[in-house]
Ligand binder design. Sequence first.
Ligand SMILES: [Zn+2]
Length: 78
Amino acid sequence: MSSVAQLEHRVERRHRRVEALPPRGGSTLEDVLSGVWEDLSAHRPAPCPVCPGELVPRPCAGAAAAGGRCTSCGTQLS
Ligand SMILES: [Zn+2]
């Protein structure tokens, strides 16, 4: 997959997530983090909850990713 296609895919995914938010308010931190974990567990990059960057899944031996690390601000989830 080219990097442009990946970017388009990511933007599209972010759009869907915003549209899926409940109408009466923003998402809680828990909602955001569970979405991030969902992506990381599927070995997909996830939007960073701290900055506009991206969390990349950390490779591990098991089926699920062992957390992720932001490529921009260095935030780690594990
Ligand atoms: Zn970040």
